[in-house]
Design a protein around this ligand. Sequence first.
Ligand code: GDP
Ligand code: IMO
Ligand code: MG
Length: 428
Amino acid sequence: MPAIIILGAQWGDEGKGKATDQLGARADYVVKYNGGNNAGHTVVIGENTFALHLLPSGILSPGCVPVIGNGVVVDLDVLFQEVDELEARGIDTSRLRISANAHIITPYGRALDRLSERSLGSRKIGTTGRGIGPSYADKASRVGIRIQDLFDESILRQKISSALTSKNGMLTKVYGEEAVDAQAVADQLLEYTERIRPMVADTSLEINQALDAGKTVVFEGGQSTMLDIDHGTYPYVTSSNATAGGACTGSGVGPTRISRVVGIVKAYVTRVGEGPFPTELLDDAGRWLREHGGEYGVTTGRPRRCGWYDAPVARYSSRINGLTDLVLTKLDVLGGLETIPVCVAYMIEGKRVDEVPVSQSDFHHAQPVYEHLPGWHDDISGCRTFDELPEAARNYVLYLEEISGCRISVIGVGADREQTIVRRDLLQ
Ligand code: GDP
Ligand code: IMO
Ligand code: MG
């Protein structure tokens, strides 16, 4: 039975929330495996728009169990804020499961994220300021606080005290800030213990048992391939593995159980924060894409950087993740252009390069090589089959499919659940 990974194949905000919600409505479990509330996943159902940060998109489907896997970092304030907001809108959140092994974003993690960005000045990453990097750094340094620590007060207090030994030195001596009181942090976190207790589980065991029982499990990635800590444009990345391997380590499910890996690509490209972006448009065309596509961050409200479709990035994602399918989103946004440039390769120091270069400096200097495809003027947001699309739009899709190294199985023509063209069912 299907275990399907849904992940971003560009720099984030491709429309993972919509794709996950669509499958989530037919899935038994939706598991978030990486990141935290740096993510902003939008789901539009009729008149209702939901912006989810920490909660898996499956929370919106009544028949589905949403799971926060061990690979996620959890800000408890944000978790319960989101739960309360959804409950106030009539969404039942009682099925939510949270891994006992997931790490907690602490108040000092949040503070250090902002302070480190400030001290980097012009070399900053442009993080979301949610404490993501410091929390994964603590995890790797083995001084992280886990959800299960909430159930052993003395261990929790001891762990926070020892983590703060070095961090207070950093806060006071490096950044000139006040020291943080370990007991106050522990008191703050412990306030959530009883509320979270019924949600906490051995989620790896539950997901594997669900797969054994023939259930359908969707793994929802946060961020994207090009923001992956190992495979992205380091150091301009997030601090987790957003790529397919992260779905296994971040949920406790073995790679042999995965049946499909679906990459989400926008019909153009956006990026938030700093870092290389070869097809970025700093002119009117970029502004046109931003306004037509509504390209403003769901989490921070920052204007997204916009550029044309980058086929080497799509091929790279296809390779790194072993993609079986692509979902192409926001095709409707491109309507009205005479021609649409598509980046097929790069020029780097006078040489044509067909793949994403391994050297970060080369990638910084990469100049896009464009093919220009005819555009279309019709409004395609009402199309529900591939054949209903205007010929130029069909040709654009077929061209992207040919040069992206993976078949395009689903096409988005609007933000609503229904505004979708399915060429191949992802659950079969
Ligand atoms: P995510 O982080 O990958 O889930 O994506 P975001 O929610 O941050 O950004 C995607 C935006 O595009 C959201 O506002 C979605 O509602 C919207 N969206 C998704 N698919 C489509 C589509 O096919 N067409 C249009 N016009 N909007 C879409
Ligand atoms: P979704 O899941 C787009 C970017 C930030 C910054 C870098 C590191 O909605 O696609 P972090 O706070 O993670 O340490 O920031 O990663 N970033 C995202 N960009 N979409 C996201 O999530 C992002 N999550 C983080 O802008 O450049
Ligand atoms: Mg987003």
